[in-house]
Write a protein that binds this ligand. Structure first.
Ligand SMILES: [Zn+2]
Length: 262
């Protein structure tokens, strides 16, 4: 089996065929976590998870690029998490949250930090791991994490080995997706122990090149990514680390089950 630890089936790109996409995924034995980026998409992630008995989970959080268009209402998010606990623990993480200093987002760093810290507080309160989004802000993120005892994954890791090592030394997992085809992350992937790697799609974004030649791509014209394509990420990691695909699938699934208590 494989676990897509970062999907956005809660986004508009899937509004017409959400159920089919989930069905395809579960039929291929790919479990998935839908990750929120604001209150509305967090709520949607929980609603989707509630529909399935097995294999579909949710994460709730306010993404740093939305830190100034939404006032973070901790009680509202907490309610959402608790509602799902009653349904069998479907909210498995707080995320995606973090810091993003790319382009114009760097103009509201302080606001981002404030919202981020409040959400770290929520993750501690609910004893949930965190899915971190970090773009061009690793120094600040590392500084904050040093002072907070938190478990989680640095999703879509794009930093250098030096930063990767710091996260690993602090006990975090690194999440890899289709960005590994665009940026050279071979050194990081080679040096990161398989026991600390999670695979993800970040769908509908970052479609792996192999998936673009599939019937799904022709059907959607734009090459929308989806959870079943997480197999290409596991294959690429297996290639880079010179390991068997099955082993990468098995260990990364175990990692996800351990971190998110699936
Ligand atoms: Zn995402």
């Amino acid at each position: 089996m494989l676990i897509d630890t970062h999907a956005h089936l809660n986004f508009k790109a899937f509004k017409n065929d959400l159920e089919e996409v989930v069905k395809r995924s579960l039929a291929e034995n790919v479990w998935l976590i839908n990750v929120g980026s604001k209150y509305e998409t967090s709520k949607k992630a929980v609603e989707i998870a509630e529909k399935y008995k097995k294999g579909v989970f949710g994460a709730i959080g306010l993404h740093p690029i939305h830190a100034k268009d939404e006032v973070f209402d901790k009680e509202k998010y907490k309610k959402l998490a608790l509602r799902s606990f009653g349904e069998g623990g479907k909210v498995v993480a707080i995320g995606e949250i973090g810091l993003d200093y790319d382009r114009e987002y760097g103009l509201f760093k302080e606001k981002q930090k404030e919202v981020f810290l409040e959400q770290l507080g929520l993750s501690k309160e609910l004893e949930l791991p965190v899915i971190f989004h970090c773009r061009k802000a690793h120094e600040d993120l590392l500084e904050i994490l040093k002072n907070n005892q938190i478990h989680g994954v640095i999703h879509c890791f794009t930093g250098k080995w030096k930063q990767a090592k710091e996260y690993l030394d602090m006990g975090f997992y690194l999440g890899f997706n289709g960005i590994i085809y665009k940026l050279d992350l071979n050194e990081v992937i080679k040096k990161t122990p398989l026991e600390r790697i999670l695979v993800e799609t970040d769908c509908p974004y970052l479609t792996p090149p192999l998936a673009r030649r599939s019937p799904a791509e022709k059907r959607d014209e734009g090459g929308r990514n989806e959870p079943i394509f997480v197999k290409y990420i596991a294959e690429e990691i297996a290639k880079i680390k010179n390991l068997d695909f099955q082993k990468v699938a098995e260990i990364t699934a175990q990692n996800a089950k351990g971190l998110f208590r699936l």
